[in-house]
Design a binder for this molecule. Structure first.
Ligand SMILES: [Ca+2]
Length: 478
């Protein structure tokens, strides 16, 4: 049995742990009772949107007027990170408040250990009605007891309206999980962005194929923005703006090579984040405090007047400790502090990804300035369907025949050294690996220690964990 199996953890809790848990639950109920008006909670999650690609994060060419407005009316959080680089583990971490390996939900198309509880469970227990609209990608269903609204991956805002207005006396929690701008980028308005006039970001190779794809991707971000406009309009039409905390997350990076998805570079794991709560969050405010998806569930609970420390997420860590991996950043939202975490972490599991050939697992830790990456199987070749075949990679490889610099850059997509170290202040696109720089050895050692401590707490055994990833995928994926 694995050290972090939920069943073992429950056995370990013992009488003292049970008493502490019951006391915590009572304390939580007292806190709930003390809150006069519990806010509604709306969590909007994009799908495969690189954090840089919004008006409010500085990309003036992408048309995102509704999100830009949400930013002006609330706070922009520039230090949010997902602990995973694909859809399914990111969402498990977001909803459970647990890092991916601990919860058993670390490859793509994954599922959490039986007995794991989620934000849906905790808020439902506290009297909220809870729903999810759009993309699910979480399992087992018992751990995520939401009502699913409307058709899968299609817009139906009448279903949303029905849920928001069902019972004015009951607070609600809604996750709107868009499928945009996930590839193949054919759902946005045509012709909104002229490929020839776009500025190709420095981490992408500039050619006509890239430009055409970039225009389609930006168009689909505009469709996501339209959905956000519909949701904000519904809050206005139903007079619920003032008592609703709205949080927007860009999820994880796009499927462009170096666009971020399937990598632990900042393009992949950094998350464009907005939060609006009139009367609580200062309009037009900003914080660079480091935070992670695992912090979102405790924050939502705290906003609802529930003590996150009194909540059992249902799955202990490798040391037997219960409680969330994350903790509430409500103090940041309320403007009481500008600090939250010293480090954020991420893992990438390749086993089980469509088209993968060999394990190429990655682990990363980042502080406010530096990132340290471990590639656990550097002797292998990194190859998955999403990056290493089709477009745009084929057109880039053709151009690289006469471009040695591009050829070197492309080689990095397939093969990386065991260790990488980046100075994000000086090198925001992570082009210059400093892992062999003697002047940075202390920084590297400090970050390596932090990473190893995190892996131990998670029960993450590196290659063993990678090689058992298929056992953590859904029934259709074994
Ligand atoms: Ca995704």
């Amino acid at each position: 049995m694995k050290a972090n199996d939920c069943t073992l953890g429950r056995g370990r809790r013992g009488v003292r742990g049970t008493v502490r848990l019951l006391a915590g639950l009572v304390a939580g109920l007292v806190v709930v009772g003390a809150i006069a008006a519990r806010p509604n909670l709306l969590l909007i999650v994009a799908d495969d949107a690189t954090w840089r690609d919004f008006g409010f994060t500085g990309n003036a060419e992408v048309k995102t007027p509704n999100l830009d407005r949400l930013g002006r009316e609330g706070m922009q959080l520039t230090g949010m990170f997902t602990p995973a680089t694909t859809c399914s583990p990111s969402r498990h971490a977001l909803y459970t408040g647990l890092y991916c390996v601990r919860a058993g939900a670390y490859p793509n198309h994954t599922r959490a250990y039986e007995g794991t509880r989620s934000l849906f469970t905790h808020l439902q227990d506290a009297g909220y009605r809870v729903a999810l609209q759009g993309k699910e990608h979480v399992s087992p269903r018992r751990s995520f007891p939401y009502e699913h609204l409307g058709p899968k991956n299609a817009d139906d805002f009448e279903a949303t309206r029905g849920f928001l207005t069902r019972d004015a006396g009951q607070p609600w929690f809604l996750v709107f999980a868009s499928n945009d701008p996930h590839g193949p980028w054919n759902r946005g308005p045509a012709g909104l962005h002229d490929p020839a006039k776009l500025t190709v970001p420095p981490y992408l190779h500039d050619n006509p194929v890239t430009r055409r794809m970039l225009a389609d991707y930006y168009g689909e971000i505009n469709k996501l923005d339209w959905q956000v406009g519909q949701l904000l309009g519904l809050l206005e039409a139903t007079d619920q703006v003032g008592n609703t905390l709205v949080v927007f997350l860009s999820e994880q990076g796009s499927s462009f090579p170096y666009g971020g998805k399937w990598s632990v570079y900042d393009n992949g794991i950094r998350v464009a984040t907005l939060a609006r709560w009139p009367g609580h969050i200062a309009p037009g405010s900003r914080s660079a405090a480091l935070m992670q998806y695992v912090d979102v569930a405790p924050t939502f609970l705290a906003a609802a007047g529930i003590d996150p420390d009194a909540v059992d997420p249902g799955c202990p860590d490798a040391t037997g400790r219960r409680g969330f991996d994350g903790f509430s950043f409500l103090g940041v939202l309320l403007g009481r502090t500008d600090r939250h975490r010293d480090y954020v972490f991420a893992q990438h599991t390749t086993v089980g990804i469509n088209g993968y050939r060999e394990p190429y697992p990655m682990r990363a830790v980042r502080d406010g300035r530096y990132k340290y990456i471990r590639n656990l199987a550097p002797q292998n070749t990194y190859w998955i369907g999403g990056i290493h075949q089709g477009e745009p990679i084929r057109s880039w490889q053709a151009d690289a025949a006469n471009d040695p610099k591009l050829a070197r850059r492309l080689a990095w997509l397939f093969k990386r050294p065991a260790e990488e170290l980046y100075d994000l202040d000086a090198d925001p696109y992570e082009f210059s690996n400093l892992a062999e720089d003697p002047a940075r050895s202390e920084i590297k050692d400090r970050l390596r220690r932090e990473l190893e401590a995190w892996m131990a707490q998670q029960g993450d055994q590196g290659m063993i964990t990678e090689l058992t990833a298929r056992s953590r995928q859904g029934p259709g994926r074994r």
